[in-house]
Write a protein that binds this ligand. Structure first.
Ligand code: SAH
Ligand code: SF4
Ligand code: F3S
Length: 477
C-alpha cells in the first residue's frame, strides 16, 4: 500500500513549483498524493512569510492537524507525520520546534532534497528535525522531475533568492542570495515538461528578469536570450515569466516581446508606489518616471501588451501626497490587473523599525481607495475583451459536462462548450460574456485572420493531461 501524502501550498508560484518537486521526490519513496489531509500519513505545509499573521496561521493549522493525529491514534489508526516547509519554516527555524514540538520536520526552501533523510532520521531519533541550511548543493539538481503528466500550463523555476533587499520584504532572508540555474538545466527541464504534455511554461523567480544563468558558451545568458531559445522547443506554444523587477527590464527582454510570438503580451511588473520618495525609502532603485518609460518602451514594441502590478499602501513615511502620486501613476499607466496590500511590518526588515509608521486605519483607507481604482481598471479591461476573438489554450475540463476551461493570452479564464478532445489544444474563441473572475466564449467558426496558420498549435490536437495547474491555497491576491 503506498503511503499517502498531502501538501498544502501557500504563497507564490515558486512554492507551487517546489510542492510539485517534493511530491515527485516522495513518490520515489512510496508516497501517493491525496486531496484530503485527514486521510494522509504525511502532511506538508509549504508556507509563506510575506505578510502579517503568516506564522500564526501556520501554528493554528498545525494545531488542527495535531488533533487529527490524536484522534487517529486514539482510534488505533496509523500515524500522521507533520512537516513544515517554505518561508515560515526558514524564518522561524528552531523556534517552531520549540513552540510546536509535535512537528516532525521543519525544512527550509533550500533543502527539500533532504526530506526523505529528515523523515527517516525523525523515525530513528524520535526528535523533531530541523534543516534551514543554505547548502552549496542545489536542490534543483537533486529533486527529481515527476514522471506524471505535466499540467498543460506548467511552472519552471529558473532563478531563486533575491539580493535586492527592498526594505519591506522578507524574501532575501527566507530564500537567500539570488541564484540562476544554468541554461542547459532549464532547457532540459522545459523539454521534459513539453514531452509530458505542457504547452505553456511560466518561468519563475523572485526576480526572474535578473536571470543570468551560465550558458553553454560559458557566458551568462540574460532572460531575453533564454526566452528565444525556449521558444524554439517544438510543441511549446506559450511562454510567460514572473515576477520581474523594473530595474532589470533590459533591452534584450523588451525586444523579445516584439520578436518572440510565444511570449505572451501580459506582464506582471510590480511598481509598489508612484512616489519617488517612497520608492527610495523602499530601496526599489527606480523612480516613477523610470517605470513609466519602461511601460512606454514595452507598449511601443508590443502595443497589445497588458500590465499587472503590485502595490503597497502606507509604507512608513508615506504622506497623503505620496499616496496621491500612486493614484496618479495608476491613472496614467492603466493596469489590466493588480494586487495591492497594506504595508505589513515584517520582523527583521529595515521597514519594521523605521520611524513614522503609518497608522493601520490610514493604511487600510488608502488601500480601499486604491483598490476601487484598480478594480475599475480591471473591469474596464475585461469588458474590452468581450467581442474579441482570442487564442485560448484549453487547460482543464469545466464544471459542466461538455465544457472546457482555457486561458486567453492575458491569463483570463474562459469557459467554452468544447469537446474533451480539445483539451491541451489552442483554439480561436469568440469572447461573448464577462463575469467578475472569468469569461465565457464560443469556438469561433474560422480562425481570425491574424492567427498563425498551417503547422500551428491552433489546428494541432495533442495528448494533454487532464490535470490543471496546481494552485496555491492562498495567493498574493
Ligand atoms: N520580487 C517581487 C515581489 C515579491 S513579493 C518584486 O520585487 O516585485 C510579492 C508582493 O508582496 C510584493 O510585490 C509586494 O507588493 C508585497 N509585499 C511584500 N512584502 C510586503 C510587506 N511587508 N507588506 C505588504 N506587502 C508586501
Ligand atoms: Fe522582495 Fe524586493 Fe526582492 Fe522583490 S525585489 S523579492 S520585493 S526584496
Ligand atoms: Fe511567500 Fe516565500 Fe514566496 S515568503 S511569496 S512563499 S518566496
Amino acid at each position: 500500500m503506498p503511503k499517502k501524502l498531502h501538501i498544502k501550498t501557500y504563497g507564490c508560484q515558486m512554492n507551487v513549483y517546489d510542492s510539485e518537486r517534493m511530491a515527485g521526490l516522495l513518490a520515489r519513496h512510496g508516497y501517493a498524493h491525496v486531496a484530503d489531509p485527514a486521510a494522509a500519513d504525511l502532511v506538508i505545509l509549504n508556507t509563506c512569510h510575506i505578510r502579517e499573521k503568516a506564522a500564526e496561521k501556520v501554528y493554528s493549522e498545525l494545531g488542527r492537524l495535531r488533533l487529527v493525529r490524536e484522534e487517529r491514534r486514539a482510534a488505533g489508526g496509523g500515524d500522521l507525520q507533520l512537516v513544515v516547509a517554505g518561508c515560515v519554516a526558514q524564518a522561524e527555524g528552531r523556534a517552531m520546534l520549540e513552540r510546536a514540538p509535535f512537528v516532525d520536520v521543519v525544512v527550509g526552501p533550500q533543502t527539500y532534497h533532504r526530506l526523505p533523510e529528515l523523515l527517516a532520521r525523525r523515525t530513528r531519533d524520535k526528535g523533531g528535525q530541523l534543516d534551514t541550511d543554505f547548502p552549496v548543493e542545489s536542490k534543483f539538481d537533486l529533486l527529481p522531475v515527476s514522471a506524471e503528466p505535466s499540467p498543460i500550463s506548467a511552472f519552471l523555476t529558473i532563478q531563486e533568492g533575491c539580493d535586492k533587499f527592498c526594505t519591506f520584504c522578507v524574501v532575501p532572508y527566507t530564500r537567500g542570495a539570488e541564484e540562476s540555474r544554468p541554461v542547459a538545466a532549464v532547457l532540459a527541464e522545459a523539454e521534459q515538461l513539453v514531452a509530458r504534455g505542457a504547452r505553456e511554461i511560466t518561468l519563475l523567480g523572485q526576480n526572474v528578469n535578473a536571470y543570468h544563468g551560465d550558458g553553454p558558451d560559458g557566458r551568462p545568458w540574460s532572460l531575453g536570450r533564454l526566452i528565444r531559445e525556449l521558444a524554439a522547443i517544438d510543441g511549446l506554444w506559450r511562454l510567460r515569466y514572473t515576477t520581474s523587477h523594473p530595474r532589470d527590464m533590459d533591452d534584450e527582454l523588451i525586444d523579445a516581446h516584439a520578436e518572440v510570438p510565444a511570449l505572451m503580451p501580459f506582464l506582471h511588473l510590480p511598481v509598489q508606489s508612484g512616489s519617488d520618495r517612497v520608492l527610495q525609502a523602499m530601496n526599489r532603485g527606480y523612480t516613477a518616471a523610470d517605470f513609466e518609460r519602461i511601460v512606454e518602451r514595452l507598449r511601443a514594441v508590443r502595443p497589445d501588451i497588458a500590465l499587472s502590478s503590485d502595490f503597497i499602501t502606507g509604507f512608513p513615511g508615506e504622506s497623503d501626497a505620496d499616496f496621491e502620486a500612486t493614484m496618479d501613476l495608476v491613472r496614467r499607466v492603466g493596469f489590466a490587473q493588480a494586487f495591492s496590500f497594506k504595508y505589513s511590518p515584517r520582523p527583521g526588515t529595515p521597514g519594521a523599525v523605521m520611524p513614522q509608521q503609518v497608522k493601520d486605519s490610514v493604511r487600510a483607507e488608502r488601500l480601499a481607495r486604491l483598490q476601487t481604482l484598480l478594480e475599475a481598471q480591471a473591469a474596464a479591461f475585461i469588458a474590452k475583451t468581450v467581442g474579441l476573438t482570442l487564442p485560448v489554450l484549453f487547460e482543464r475540463p469545466g464544471r459542466h459536462p461538455g465544457q472546457l476551461v482555457g486561458r486567453t493570452p492575458y491569463l483570463q479564464a474562459v469557459h467554452v462548450d468544447a469537446p474533451s478532445s480539445m483539451l491541451g489544444t489552442m483554439q480561436v474563441v469568440a469572447i461573448t460574456e464577462a463575469f467578475p473572475h472569468s469569461l465565457a466564449g464560443r469556438l469561433a467558426d474560422h480562425p481570425a485572420a491574424d492567427q498563425p496558420s498551417a503547422d500551428d498549435p491552433y489546428t494541432r490536437a495533442t495528448e494533454g493531461s487532464a490535470r490543471g495547474p496546481a494552485q496555491p491555497e492562498e495567493t498574493f491576491a
